[in-house]
Design a protein around this ligand. Structure first.
Ligand code: C5P
Length: 222
């Protein structure tokens, strides 16, 4: 099968990673969760006591620590050096501070470099906020997923419950709205649909319906 790059962007909890994982698995492509990379830097900062405002120190953390992904039977795991941080990077303390960390130009420059390196050989499904606009502007397929904030909060609420993370629904909804606002109004590579991306509103759609819609677009490029 021809190898292409698929960029999937959208706001928080719009279903990007669920759909991206299925597509990567079905096409035998590599799945790259770029949000996990920004979350990992945020976790490093918390552990090292580095302020989220300290751009130079955040870049230093990226240089001193290796973020990696490992494919296993339980799905994709995220590591900082030898530590499995897959669950730690989903904790509220990380989620509520990651937008401040990801707004720094130098932090983005470092992580975008790594993301472009991963996608160089093609055959990658990458999800994030700026994949279609900044990381992979030449991706063969670009999708921008949206869904109502209530539905996105419901999805995240159920996901958190299944992982044993206790959160109040209203708080979760406000946190999602706040994170979207920060991500879409930051100066560098804000969350934005690329001009040539396909907009897909997944409100009321099942995961399978979303996957089928994207596959119709992908298969024209294969
Ligand atoms: O996708 P996820 O919700 O895990 O992303 C966490 C955060 O990482 C986002 O809210 C955003 O601040 C940042 N991010 C980004 N650019 C990306 C992916 C994520 O700024 N490509």
């Amino acid at each position: 099968m021809k190898k292409i790059n698929i960029a999937i962007d959208g706001p928080a909890s719009s279903g990007k990673s669920t759909v991206a994982k299925i597509l990567a698995n079905d096409y035998g492509f590599i799945y790259t969760d770029t949000g996990a990379m920004y979350r990992s830097v945020t976790l490093m900062a918390i552990k090292a006591g580095v302020a989220f405002t300290d751009e130079d120190a955040l870049v230093q953390l990226i240089h001193e620590n290796a973020i990696s992904f490992k494919q296993t039977d339980q799905g994709q795991l995220v590591f900082i050096n030898d530590n499995n941080v897959t669950e730690d990077i989903r904790q509220p303390e990380v989620t509520n501070n990651v937008s401040e960390v990801s707004a720094h130009e130098a932090v983005r420059r470092e992580l975008v470099k790594k993301q472009q390196e991963i996608a160089k050989a093609s055959g990658v499904v990458m999800d994030g906020r700026d994949i279609g606009t900044a990381v992979l502007p030449n991706a063969e397929v670009k999708i921008f997923l949206v869904a109502s904030v209530v539905e996105r909060a419901e999805r995240r609420y159920k996901e958190n419950q299944s992982k044993g993370i206790m959160t109040d629904f209203q708080t979760l909804k406000e946190e999602i709205e706040h994170r979207d606002l920060l991500d879409s109004t930051r100066k560098i590579s804000p969350l934005k649909k690329a001009a040539d991306a396909e907009l897909l509103d997944t409100t009321g759609m099942t995961i399978q319906q979303v996957v089928t819609s994207i596959k119709e677009i992908v298969e024209k490029k294969l």
